[in-house]
Design a protein. Structure first.
Length: 89
């Protein structure tokens, strides 16, 4: 692997290794199914605004995992919410 020398700093750049890492991450992401989505992604899936998802979480209509720093909503929870919210005549 050839690393070009940055003339301003005199340091070698590792741009090729970054590209390879990103490419590998993309390949892995293509094979793994998404198990959970962020609040913004959930809003996009449901076709509502971010604040609506926030309100649904606050009311307990939708549940999120807070095991990590940011809330994520499992796909099964999104599907449950949709199934439970269907209006039948």
């Amino acid at each position: 692997m050839v690393t070009p020398l940055n003339t301003s700093t005199g340091r070698a750049q590792a741009s090729e290794s970054k590209t390879t890492a990103t490419h590998n991450e993309t390949k892995v992401a293509a094979y793994l199914p998404r198990l959970a989505y962020t609040m913004r992604e959930t809003a996009s899936i449901l076709g509502v605004s971010y604040i609506t998802v926030h309100r649904l979480l606050k009311r307990g209509k939708l549940r999120a995992s807070d095991a990590i720093r940011n809330k994520v909503i499992p796909l099964t929870e999104i599907e449950r919410f949709l199934k439970d919210s269907i209006v039948t005549d």
